[in-house]
Every structure is written in structure tokens, then in C-alpha cells.
Ligand binder design. Structure first.
Ligand code: SF4
Length: 322
């Protein structure tokens, strides 16, 4: 196996639910509940699931934008979860994030030059002249032009703004980029362009990606491996081709059956997922998917399925219990 860049073990994030006059804790939302995975250098790991499944919270935990309730995150042999603020600042140079809504992460009062220069200033990289040169070069890398440096975010289209968001993430020459729904807000025609750009720069800058999306179709072509989350848990993870050709978990099968296929001659049966997504504040006992699963058994209602390793294809479902 190639070198590991990131290892996540037993990651949990529980948000307290408070209420009443005294704001007493009345329960908790298990947004991320015992999630483990690793990411190899140079690969793209896709993380997919419906909104509220914990995928974006996982991304924020990896950056330590929010603190984990439990678990370990190890990046290049350094444990992020216990790191001091000073060490964390240094490591943020190596881990950057691309957001769904670039407009929200680009200061509207700052020119593109100021926006792109900022991460370099924060990390004390280069002289003023070197920084300006790098801004111009980076704009070209992401398919914009150096003359765009003097413009402001509102003067760009959604697709161009996402290119600026990507350029901003690239400025510190990171090793890992966590992209949280980076193309979900874009038109389908623009999505492909931005995905292609991300693929191209991955090679050029030797990047590792964690690509978070709600749509299995979007992550298919960019991901080497894909993990599927449901109600805070990682329920299946496999090599991309294996997952799409041979999904094991009933939830993944249903999600995949809903992804449109480009060939009109190929027919497939859409598996409907019954019922609403349960509240993460009150997840079902046993297998969290049991209230919606067409293959539910008695054991599913009481016992949480352990993760099985089927030749590198991980699945948490009682159907595969040995
Ligand atoms: Fe369905 Fe049971 Fe598997 Fe959960 S553990 S997905 S309820 S078969």
C-alpha cells in the first residue's frame, strides 16, 4: 500500500441539545459517530451521503475547525486532535479546504489579489513581490487570467468564483485538500469543467483530495475510493470501481440505483428508499438504516452491525456477518 497521509480512528462529534430556561443539556446529536478511514498520498477519497449524514462535519473535524468529541486524526504521523494552536497553524498550510459556496468564503470587499495573497501573509510566505507574482501565476493555473487580480468577487460567475476558491486553497501548496461539495452549487455544464480542473491540478501539485458530495454520480470519476455515510456512520467503503459495480450495503444500492446513467439503452431499476431520514438526535437503534431498509432482519433492530472487511471492501451490515 502506498504511503498514508491521513488516518482517522473512532472519530466522534456529538453536539449537545440544550433547552429550558437554564439551557440544560437534554440530549445530543451524534453528527459523526465512530468513523474510521485512511487516505493514501496522491489519492482521492470520496465521501458521500444525504444532507445531515455527517460528511461535512467530518471535513470540518479534519481541519479542526470544530473540536472532536472523541477519536484520533493523524496527519503525516502527527496527531491533529491533540495539537497545540501553534502547531495547528503550521499544519493548516498543508491542509486546505474548498467550500460549496465560494462567494461566502471570498471577502466581497477584497480584490482577488488580496484574497489570494492572504494565506501567504498569514503563513509568512514570500516577499510582497513574490506573493503578487504567485497570485498571477495561480490565476493562470486555475484557468483565469492575471488581469483578473484587480477585480472583485461579484464580477465573476459561479464557476469562476469556484476557480478562485480553488486558487486560494492552492496558494500555500497544501498536501491535502478537503473539498466540501465543491460543484453542488454549479450548473451541470460547469461542474464538469471544475472537476476536470481539480483532476489536472491534482497531478500538477501532487495533491491528495477528500471529496465530499451528496451525489454518488459526481464523485465517481474523481475518486479512487468512495465511502458512504448514513446518520453519522460510515456504512461502506471500497475502491471506486468496486463500489459502483458491486455495492453491498442496501443503502448504497438504493443510492446508486437513483444515479442516472448516460446510456439510454441500459435500463435499471430504481430502488426507492422508504420513509424519511430519521433525526440524528434520535437515530434508530441497531443498524441506523433499519427503519428504511427493504432487507431488514430482527437482529438489525437491536445490534449495530460491525464493519466487515471483504477483501478491502468494507461494509457494516448484518447481511455480511461471518
Ligand atoms: Fe438493512 Fe440490516 Fe443491513 Fe441495516 S444491517 S442495512 S437493516 S440488512
Amino acid at each position: 500500500m502506498s504511503e498514508l497521509l491521513l488516518e482517522v480512528n473512532g472519530l466522534k462529534k456529538y453536539f449537545p441539545i440544550t433547552g429550558g430556561v437554564f439551557g440544560k443539556k437534554q440530549g445530543e446529536v451524534k453528527a459523526v459517530d465512530d468513523v474510521s478511514f485512511y487516505v493514501k498520498k496522491g489519492e482521492t477519497l470520496g465521501i458521500v451521503g444525504e444532507s445531515g449524514c455527517g460528511k461535512s462535519t467530518t471535513g470540518r473535524l479534519l481541519m479542526r475547525l470544530i473540536e472532536a468529541s472523541d477519536g484520533r486524526i493523524v496527519f503525516e504521523d502527527k496527531e491533529i486532535t491533540r495539537m497545540s494552536k501553534t502547531d495547528l497553524r503550521k499544519i493548516r498550510r498543508d491542509i486546505q479546504m474548498v467550500f460549496q459556496d465560494p462567494y461566502a468564503s471570498l471577502n466581497p470587499r477584497h480584490s482577488i489579489e488580496q484574497i489570494l495573497e492572504e494565506p501567504l501573509i498569514v503563513h509568512g510566505i514570500g516577499t510582497k513581490e513574490e506573493r503578487k507574482k504567485q497570485v498571477k501565476e495561480m490565476l493562470e493555473v486555475v484557468g483565469l487570467s492575471s488581469y483578473h487580480a484587480k477585480r472583485y468577487p461579484h464580477q465573476f460567475s459561479g464557476g469562476q468564483r469556484q476557480r478562485i476558491g480553488i486558487a486560494k486553497a492552492l496558494m500555500t501548496k497544501p498536501k491535502l485538500i478537503i473539498a466540501d461539495e465543491p460543484v453542488s452549487a454549479l450548473d451541470v455544464s460547469i461542474q464538469a469543467q471544475v472537476l476536470n480542473l481539480m483532476k489536472d491540478i491534482q497531478e500538477e501539485f501532487q495533491l491528495t483530495y477528500i471529496f465530499i458530495a451528496h451525489d454518488l454520480g459526481v464523485v465517481r470519476h474523481i475518486s479512487d475510493r468512495v465511502g458512504v455515510m448514513y446518520l453519522g456512520r460510515l456504512i461502506e467503503l471500497a475502491e471506486s470501481e468496486e463500489l459502483y459495480e458491486n455495492p453491498r450495503h442496501p443503502y448504497t444500492k438504493a443510492l446508486l440505483s437513483a444515479v442516472p446513467i448516460p446510456d439510454p439503452d441500459l435500463k435499471k431499476r430504481t430502488i426507492l428508499i422508504e420513509g424519511e431520514l430519521p433525526s440524528p438526535a434520535n437515530p434508530p437503534s441497531g443498524c441506523a438504516f433499519h427503519t428504511r431498509c427493504s432487507q431488514v432482519m430482527d437482529i438489525c433492530k437491536t445490534a449495530r452491525p460491525a464493519e466487515q472487511n471483504l477483501n478491502g471492501h468494507y461494509v457494516a451490515c448484518h447481511l455480511y456477518n461471518k
